[in-house]
Design a protein. Structure first.
Length: 461
């Protein structure tokens, strides 16, 4: 049995039975059989109705879903409620985009050989979708990895993180309550060894993965020929602040972007490059704000920063911060464990570029501030790592913003906003080591379809 524990106090929430390798085979066989039998495909209007009913059920259970996500994932209550509302909106977005699943007309008749022909494309569901998810958004990530498949008519199998499976299991129950026929969305709680077939099996047509780069790229190398994929990994989000920025608004924004969910977000603010004329002031104000954040039980309304997902993650963050301190970084606030499960919001000033906190994704409540003199140097340092996801610029100089944004290696650049900004109808994903493919409800829906062309020849046309 899998024990699901509260990451703040370690208390047992629930025990969940593991699925077996036999269960994985059965799930794949069921999904593949559904897709192979076109008479079993769900027409668009039924998919719309099912998702509408699911959204209605979730809207009636916001409180229960919020507490479940906060309890198992450790994200503070207020932020978990936002996650639940986003998840409901994700279903509504999918409903809106089901009518947009369409092909295009292909021009014919422009050469003699193409005369008397009509050609057009259609988009069909890609086939069996296999999704492996992460812990940090236990409901909304599941929605993003299952609902696009359901919306386009593809059967989907999802493996949630072992630390946060309960929101996933409840969501699949809600889909069933909403009328989704058996087999179209299956959740499996499996050990990594038994999950291997969800990646390598030739019946999998699309693989969706959210998690570490090392694991994601390794899994991609094991996909069967023809299996398409979307990989969403982490980053070490860079921010550039120039001397024209309004520091007070910058600080408020960076506090949210850096310490939201204790920094356990793939686009969390991590590396802030501030012009030398404002660097110390910005760092001091950021430290002052971070030191006033309320850390504690995620189920309490006043909590702003919750626990890390596991005690070993607290140990790791503590080691990285201590290394940076020993190598010359100034610890302006935090830099200490508050408990076995919580780490103090920490601001480091000018850690060396060789320190681990400057080289790898921290995935914890730590923000590093670096001074720069020349903007080109700041851009080079921001681009120095192999990760590329979302970045940010704080400036009131439009010409400089346009120039800097064009030079940053990122899939999205936020201007006068933090790197963790996201709405679920925008494209979202990393490049280079940070991933491949784009998320966002309608973008995933497009990825989970494939194109078929029909060419009709008739001398009557």
């Amino acid at each position: 049995m899998l024990e699901v524990n509260n990451p703040y106090n370690g208390q047992l929430i629930r025990k969940v039975a593991f699925n077996t390798a036999h269960d994985v085979e059965q799930a794949l066989a069921t999904a593949a059989a559904l897709f192979a039998d076109r008479s079993a495909w769900l027409p668009a209007y039924e998919r719309v109705e099912i998702l509408e009913r699911a959204a209605a059920i979730m809207s009636e259970q916001v409180e229960e879903l919020t507490r479940l996500a906060a309890e198992e994932g450790g994200k503070p209550y207020a932020d978990s409620k936002v996650e639940v509302l986003r998840a409901i909106n994700g279903l509504k977005l999918a409903i809106e985009h089901i009518p947009q699943i369409k092909g295009e007309q292909i021009p014919m008749g422009h050469t003699a050989s193409s005369a008397n022909r009509l050609a057009f494309t259609q988009r069909e569901p890609i086939g069996v979708v296999s999704s492996i998810s992460a812990f940090n958004h236990p409901l909304n990530l599941i929605v993003h990895q299952t609902v696009p498949a359901i919306a386009v008519g593809a059967p989907v199998i999802v493996k949630p993180a072992q630390t946060t499976p309960l929101s996933c299991l409840r969501f699949v129950e809600i889909l069933e309550e909403a009328g989704l026929p058996a087999g179209w969305c299956q959740a499996l709680i499996v050990e990594n060894a038994d999950a291997e077939q969800l990646v390598t099996d030739s019946r999998v047509n699309f693989f969706s993965f959210i998690g570490s780069a090392a694991v994601g790229w390794m899994l991609r190398s094991r996909l069967s020929p023809g299996t398409r994929c979307a990989l969403e990994h982490g980053g070490a989000a860079p921010v550039i602040v120039d001397q024209s920025a309004k520091l007070d608004s910058v600080v408020d924004s960076l506090l949210k972007g850096g310490f939201y969910h204790a920094g356990q977000v793939c686009v969390s603010v991590q590396r802030v490059y501030a012009h030398e004329s404002v660097c110390q002031d910005l760092a001091d104000k950021l430290a002052s704000g971070a030191s006033q954040l309320t850390v504690g039980d995620p189920l309490k309304a006043e909590t702003e920063v919750g626990p890390l997902i596991l005690p070993r993650e607290v140990d790791r963050v503590a080691q990285w911060v201590e290394q940076a301190r020993e190598e010359g970084a100034q610890v302006l606030c935090g830099g200490e464990r508050l408990s076995e499960t919580c780490y103090a919001p920490t601001v480091l000033l000018n850690p060396p570029e060789s320190a681990t906190v400057s080289q790898k994704e921290i995935f914890g409540p730590v923000v590093c501030v670096y001074s720069y003199t020349d903007k080109a140097d700041a851009i080079d340092r921001a681009n120095a790592l192999p990760y590329a996801f979302q970045a940010a610029i704080y400036s009131n100089d439009l010409t400089d913003v346009l120039d800097t944004s064009s030079k940053l290696n990122a899939t999205a650049v936020m201007v006068n906003d933090h790197t963790a900004f996201r709405v679920d109808w925008m494209p979202f994903g990393g490049r280079d080591e940070s991933g491949i493919g784009m998320g966002g409800i309608q973008y995933s829906m497009h990825e989970m379809t494939r194109e078929k062309m029909l060419v009709i020849k008739s001398d009557v046309l």
